[in-house]
Each structure stands twice: as C-alpha cells, then as structure tokens.
Design a protein around this ligand. Sequence first.
Ligand code: SAM
Length: 387
Amino acid sequence: MQTQTHAEAAVKDRYSQAARAAEAALCCPVDYDPRYLQVIPPEVLETDYGCGDPSRHLRPGETVLDLGSGTGKICFIAAQVVGPEGKVIGVDMTPDMLDVARRNAPVIGERLGYHNVEFRRGRIQDLALDLDRLDRELGGRPVASAEDFLRLESLTAELSAREPLIAGDSVDVVVSNCVLNLVANGEKRRLFAEIYRVLRRGGRAVISDIVSDEAVPEHLQRDPELWSGCISGALTEDGFLQAFEAAGFHGIRILERQQEPWRTVEGIEFRSLTVEALKGKEGPCWERNQAVVYRGPFKEVLDDDGHLLERGKRYAVCDKTYGIFRQQPYRPFFDFIEPREEIPLQAAQPFDCSRTALRHPRETKGMDYDVTTEAVPCCEPGGNGSC
Ligand SMILES: C[S@@+](CC[C@H](N)C(=O)[O-])C[C@H]1O[C@@H](n2cnc3c(N)ncnc32)[C@H](O)[C@@H]1O
C-alpha cells in the first residue's frame, strides 16, 4: 500500500505538471453542458481531469465547496448554476493548479458580471488547515528541531480552530470530481468525516469519482503512476457508498454510473460513479403522532436510521423522520398521515426512534372519533365515473 507521504507526493508532482500541460492519460471524457463552457478560457478547459459532472445537481443560491478543484472548471460551471446569490469555493493542495484557477477567476467574473468564486489552498482530508495562512505564519522559517516541530503542531491546531480554511456547518453542497481516490487509504475515513463536518444540516455531498468492481490488490496500490492516475486509490463501488454511511450520511444513492469501464487493469474494471449523500439524520426525536405508509414497490425497506418499513403498513415515526421522508429523494415512496389534532413541537414528548412501531389509525384519529359519512356521489352525471 502507498504510504500517506508517497501517495501525496506522487499526486502533487503529477498534477503540478498536468496544470502546465494537458495530460491525455488523466482525461476521462465527460459531456458538460456547453452553455456553461462559453465563458471559460481554453487553458482551464484543456486541463480538465474530471470523470463526471456533479455541477448538474446544483441549484441557484447554493454555497458550494469543490474538493480538489484543479484549474477550476467545475467551480466556474457551478458559479453559473448557483448564480450571483450563490457562492463557490474551490480547495486544492497543488500550487500550480491554484495558480491557473486564481488567474482565470477574475476573467470569468468579468464575463459573467459577478464574482462568486474563490480558491483556497488546503488538503481535502483536513479542511480546517489553511496552508496559505500557515505559510504566512511560518514566514519561511525552517522546522529544524523537535522544539520547532512541537511549536508547529500547536500552531496548526490553533490556526485550524481560530481561522479554519472551511468552517463547520457552512456549506450547502460539497462537490468533487475525480479526487477522493487520490487521498491515501489511511486518510479516507478522515476525508469523509471532513465532508460531513463542513456541510450544514440538510446539506448534501454530490461526488463523482472513479471506483473499482473488485478490491485493488497491494501491488497496484504501490504503483505511484497508477495511484496518481486515479486508479490504485479507487474504493470499490460498495465501499464508496459504505464510506458515506460510516461518516453519518443518509439517503445515499447512485445518480450516475458509467456502463463501460473507463479503464481495466489486470481484469479489474475502473469506472466513474456519481453519488449523492445527505446530512441531517442526527438530532432529537419528538412524538407528534405522525405516520407514514411505504408505497412499494419493494416488500420492505430499511432506512439509514434502522427503521424497517413493510409495504402498505402504517408506521409511527418521529417528527424528524417525518420531515426527512417528506423531502427528496424519499418523498415519492411514502404517503403521509397527519394526526387529526396537531401536537405543537413545544408540547411534544420524546419519541423512541430505536424501534420501528406501527401506528394504530385510532392514534391518528383520536380514540373518540365516531364519524359516519354519506356515500360520495362519484357516479353521478358529470362525475368521472369511478368510485
Ligand atoms: C484528477 S484532478 C481533478 C481536478 C478537477 N476536479 C477537475 O475536474 O478537473 C485531481 C486534483 O485534486 C488535487 N488533489 C489531489 N489530492 C488532494 C488532496 N489530498 N487535497 C487537495 N487537493 C488534492 C490535485 O492537485 C488535482 O488538482
């Protein structure tokens, strides 16, 4: 396996060169919306090393963070999708990539008539540490002794806490295009935790990356060329989804999956996957007598909070789960049943979300509910004929 230092050095070297001259081996053909490419200068378009297009899943007004922004193409597309009310931040660790992106940002801003993109230097597995800020603080002083090293450690901790590169709970959408695989395997858990930290509650990650259909063996992981070429660091398809789950995300789904592999190495297929994952299932559970019915088509489903819901049955859920299911991507799969008498949130009792419980219709209607209605005259002339 690549050590953290070897993997990162190989990646930085390769992408420093790839910022200065396009490298064909790193390109994976992607159909971007041509409308958004018109304002982007050729030097950015020619150094496109993406494998998907997460910008298709953005909305006007959003604050977007692009991890491993390279020369900035996804940021410059995102800037147009989110519009002047939105904001885009690109983070990359390679100075040559940042130079191209920063040089072109004002040019594109002029063409659009607004400036809503900025680029920051950092490692995406540590989005708290601002590397430009650290450089200024060090002022060129070398770390030449153990004492210097300890001082450096407390300086980085202090800067990360006081002036984080990206603050916690500050971003609507984290996007990334063909970068997560480049982070050393030992750092990947931290990477997903950082994505989770910077997203606000209700925010989402939309990540395009290269994944493999089988685990990548150690001898391929040791090859720096294959590592920096977005091959050896790829997670397996299910491992990629599990990494989001382990970090606390919910509603994780595949938005796009390349049918034909981008590359095959020793029989292992590598292809692009775009995944969406949501933040916001944590928090208190309150009983407001709400119920949901899973409509199918599957016999049963299990959500990321452990609720097992059988098709057609009426389940008691807490106010938080009710709210989550009412939003995309869950909404089309459920019917929602409000109690006849609303329980205000301030008056709600705690709800035990660790179990899945059915909700008797009487709980929703009230024990005293005793109404009898007349038949609705749906078969009368002028009606739609169905009862
Ligand atoms: C394959 S390129 C993709 C660039 C860009 N997303 C695109 O679509 O063209 C990978 C980029 O990620 C950056 N990168 C790789 N590992 C990184 C890390 N750990 N932290 C920050 N940037 C990283 C590289 O410098 C490079 O610019």
